[in-house]
Design a protein around this ligand. Sequence first.
Ligand code: E4P
Length: 215
Amino acid sequence: MKIFIDTADIAEIKEAASLGVLDGVTTNPSLVAKTGKPFEKCIREILDVVPGPVSVECVAIEHKEMIAEAKKYAAWADNVVIKLPIIREGLKAIKALADDGIKVNTTLCFSPMQALLAAKAGAAYISPFVGRLDDISNDGMELIRQILDIYDHYAFDTEVLVASVRNPMHVVQAALMGADVCTIPLKVINQLLAHPLTDIGLKAFLADWEKRAKE
Ligand code: E4P
């Protein structure tokens, strides 16, 4: 399973990249706004340090405008992936961009049929938001299972990118289900590594080492 970081914060991206397991980055307008930086500066800084796919979200909501905006961002670097919402106009734009060889990450997916349509249009990624479904007492990870089953039946190339991840169990379940990608906030990436028995064991090994008979 590929691991992306879900942030536009360059310090967080560098920290995650230093672990050696980071495959890509997802951003959205809210995450970019949080940095307080101008949009293009923020995205170009990320592109300078990340060789893997970087999702850059369009804010246009009419398909011709989406396509123009997408083409502008796609020209910034080869690893730009255009993020578009799964709405009627977005679907038209996905098809046109895919036909032009531009990769699209379809965002704001909350149903299996939205995912089927995105795949048929040629999206490179589908981003179901599991945490936001959990927030309204739905089962976010059940949506992932349904999409993986549907995609398996028809051999789509679209990768299932688990988004809106809130805790390590989302990641465990994503990996068990065979999701292609999980985009994870830095806090949760750090939680994946942590185990109290690892810390206790290491402390004991180091203490015993100090107590050994000196050579
Ligand atoms: C996906 O690409 C989005 O950026 C993100 O995962 C949304 O997460 P949130 O629901 O925590 O805002």
